[in-house]
Design a protein. Structure first.
Length: 157
């Protein structure tokens, strides 16, 4: 397939994603839209390279689900409702956007730094771990596990 045809597929998927972005609140689109669009284009390019046209289709299908979920969360958050129930809404200056995962001793959140306008990963010791650390003789072991997980995350970057 020619490079021109491949570029047309990516452009049509980009048009599709622009429509999906309209589900987000206007201020969210203004703040994050260009960054989200660039990420989507990069994902489509990589998917096309690795898996052909079906790779682009997979990215588009995943984006429909992700965009629907995240746009709903943004609209509800704007109204003061938090779908993450037990998750914090802010950690320091960072706004918590989503729970990415939980580890043995901590939770990892997707956050937004309003000062730099960057997305960040926030690693926070879980409440259960903190209570164990405060009342346990194994607190040094818990601290070492926490920092070991942090080192593993740095390697992923």
């Amino acid at each position: 397939m020619s490079a021109n045809t491949s570029q047309n597929k990516i452009l049509s998927s980009t048009t599709f994603y622009k429509l999906l972005l309209n589900f987000y609140p206007a201020e969210h689109r203004e703040d994050y839209g260009p960054w989200m669009m660039q990420l989507f284009q990069d994902m489509c390019r990589d998917a096309r390279r690795d898996e052909g046209h079906w790779g682009i289709v997979k990215v588009m299908v995943r984006m429909v689900f992700d965009t629907t979920k995240n746009a709903a969360i943004e609209h509800l958050d704007k109204k003061g409702l938090n779908l993450m129930k037990d998750s914090p809404t802010h950690i320091g200056r960072y706004k918590v956007k989503d729970l990415l995962g939980t580890g043995g001793v901590s939770n990892i959140y997707l956050g937004h730094d309003p000062e730099t306008n960057h997305s960040v990963a926030l690693k926070v010791m879980s409440g259960e771990t903190l209570s164990k650390e405060l009342y346990s003789v194994d607190s040094e072991e818990i601290r070492q596990l926490f920092f070991h997980e942090a080192e593993l995350l740095k390697e992923l970057k």
